[in-house]
Design a protein around this ligand. Structure first.
Ligand SMILES: [Cu+2]
Length: 138
């Protein structure tokens, strides 16, 4: 009986693990969009991990606004991994390409209650329009 309980617990934890996500940093995506993250809106559960992979050179991840004021500025061209422990919307950009609209949102735990905070966060060039568009999709 002990083993059955353990097996059941392992089965139940499987979906959370499966929700971990990889996001590619791209010069160009399959649709021809330039300087983009492969997932512009990523939805994960609390405790999930996202790995950003530098498929092409010269990109990074810099956190701009988040529910827990997360400090993050990854090195250009390096893989970076973040585990999200607080629910809410996280807004980040690629430092070299922020003016070209290279931004992304992570929604953790389905919580969009800090949408106003994100809407007021800094954005420049094409990122302004893109941020509005992405927030409109939440
Ligand atoms: Cu970039």
């Amino acid at each position: 009986m002990k083993y059955l309980a353990l097996a059941a617990a392992m089965l139940m934890s499987a979906p959370a693990l499966a929700a971990d996500m990889t996001i590619e940093m791209l010069n160009k995506d399959a649709d021809g969009n330039k300087m983009v993250y492969s997932e512009e809106i990523a939805r994960v559960d609390v405790g999930d991990t996202i790995t950003w992979v530098p498929t092409t050179k010269g990109h990074n991840v810099e956190m701009i606004a988040s529910p827990n004021d997360m400090k993050l500025k990854s090195k250009n061209g390096k893989e970076v991994q973040v585990t999200f422990d607080a629910p809410g919307i996280y807004y980040y950009w690629c430092t070299p390409h922020k003016g070209m609209g290279m931004i992304g949102l992570v929604v953790v735990g389905g919580d969009t209650s800090n949408k106003d905070q994100i809407a007021k966060a800094k954005a420049m060039g094409k990122s302004k329009k893109k941020l509005k568009k992405l927030l409109g999709e939440l």
